[in-house]
Write a new protein. Structure first.
Length: 421
């Protein structure tokens, strides 16, 4: 079986790695891929936002299955474009992907279908937001209504910060392009949990739980990023809470989207805040999360191919998802300056030595004159699984000590909450 994977980051490297474990997969093509993926799959230089290019790739390769990793092709309608030509594609349609591509749509959907989330209001101008702030406590969250690569959420200590953040979103100075609306919502408190579910338009089934670390600095300080590390354990939520989330969040999303005429199929990522009042949804991603995926795939006992085929064949209700007991962890090695401006082209050394300790998933790399160099803000996702979290993290950090590039930064406290530090 030939599989095409769309994307070129750490998530896609992890997904390609997991698919390689299946004896049924005879060939993997990754578009565009990266220097790490190129070692285990054939890479094709395709722009993931170019639907014509994606169609041509599929028609040339004739894969048995297409897996779309990042949000940009989902937002552009890649699933529609490929499935209309008869290809089996894992991912939601453009309409269903609005759960991620529009924060306002997601909030309104959750209101209609009684899915627990923070109190909020959608604002189309700074003036509207300023007026709405009177009905909120001082600490609020301002979210850009659109894709923002994990950087469109600003936690505000007071009204002045909220007004400033909204203004920067509306004028384009924060994200590089202007937004038409923002979501103002109450700030929730509690530990965050990433909940992954497998969905086929009818049924939602729990895949795994993980915890991401979004802030760039240790102790969860500094600006938000696309994720600086993640871990997955058996004890992130109790079995009772896991069952409740599957029924009252994931299945409710699937039921609601079907009733609205936009069935949801693919992986549903739900970012949760575990508040004193119970779990509340922070956001949806309509795909595998990053960097949680780099940790989760190491725990999969059920093959990734088996999971993906259950989605496209609409038999998730008969799928048995099994995880290896224990824990896994992922730590991101990022370029200096990330999540702000950074430079690329820095030579990476020590990859072979690091690989003896952990799996090294490439997030932003390229090959130049026979040397692996940096080619992104997040460069490497160093990941390991073990019987417990401390040992998994120890393996990751031993690997991190062996790899280096100029300006490399990483957090040394991934998993600190779980370890009581």
């Amino acid at each position: 079986m030939k599989v095409v994977v769309i994307g070129g980051g750490g998530r896609e490297h992890a997904l390609v790695w997991a698919l390689k474990q299946s004896a049924s997969v005879t060939e993997i093509v990754c578009a565009p891929g990266n220097a790490g993926i190129a070692a285990i799959a054939r890479c094709e230089p395709v722009d993931v936002a170019d639907l014509d290019a994606l169609r041509l790739l599929a028609e040339r390769e004739r894969p048995s299955l297409v897996l779309i990793g990042p949000e940009i092709p989902l937002a552009a309608g890649a699933v529609n474009a490929l499935s209309e030509r008869g290809f089996r594609v894992v991912g939601p349609t453009k309409a269903a992907a609005r759960l991620e591509t529009s924060k306002a749509f997601a909030k309104q959907f959750m209101q209609r279908w009684n899915i627990p989330t923070a109190r909020h209001v959608v604002c189309g101008t700074v003036a509207e937001l300023t007026a709405a702030l009177r009905d909120f406590p001082p600490q609020v969250v301002v979210k850009a209504d659109g894709l923002a690569a994990g950087k469109g959420v600003v936690l505000c200590a007071g009204p002045e910060e909220a007004i400033q953040a909204a203004g920067a979103m509306f004028d384009g100075s924060l994200l590089g392009s202007a937004v038409e609306s923002v979501v103002l919502e109450e700030m929730l408190s509690g530990p965050e949990v990433s909940f992954f579910a497998v969905c086929d338009g009818e049924t939602a089934k729990t895949l795994a739980f993980a915890q991401d670390h979004k802030r760039v600095g240790e102790g969860d300080t500094g600006p938000n990023t696309g994720g600086m590390g993640a871990y997955s354990t058996d004890h992130l939520v109790t079995p009772e809470v896991a069952a409740w989330l599957e029924q009252h969040v994931a299945q409710r999303v699937v039921d609601g989207m079907k009733a609205d005429g936009t069935p949801y199929s693919g992986i549903l990522f739900t970012g949760l805040m575990m508040t004193h009042d119970g779990p509340k949804v922070l956001e949806f991603n309509t795909r595998f999360g990053d960097p949680e995926t780099e940790a989760i795939v190491l725990r999969l006992e059920t093959g990734l191919l088996e999971i993906l085929e259950a989605i496209v064949e609409r038999r998730v209700n008969r799928l048995a998802v099994r995880l290896k007991p224990g824990a896994s962890a992922c730590v991101i090695a990022a370029s200096a300056g990330y999540p702000g401006k950074y430079t690329s082209g820095k030579a990476i050394v020590g990859l072979e030595e690091a690989h003896h300790e952990a799996e090294i998933f490439h997030a932003g790399t390229a090959a130049k004159d026979g040397v692996i160099v940096t080619a992104g803000g997040r460069v490497l996702a160093v990941s390991a699984a073990s019987a417990d979290l401390p040992d998994a993290l120890a393996r990751v950090y031993r690997a991190m000590s062996r790899v280096h590039f100029e300006g490399m930064q990483f957090r040394r406290d991934i998993g600190w909450r779980a370890q009581g530090k």
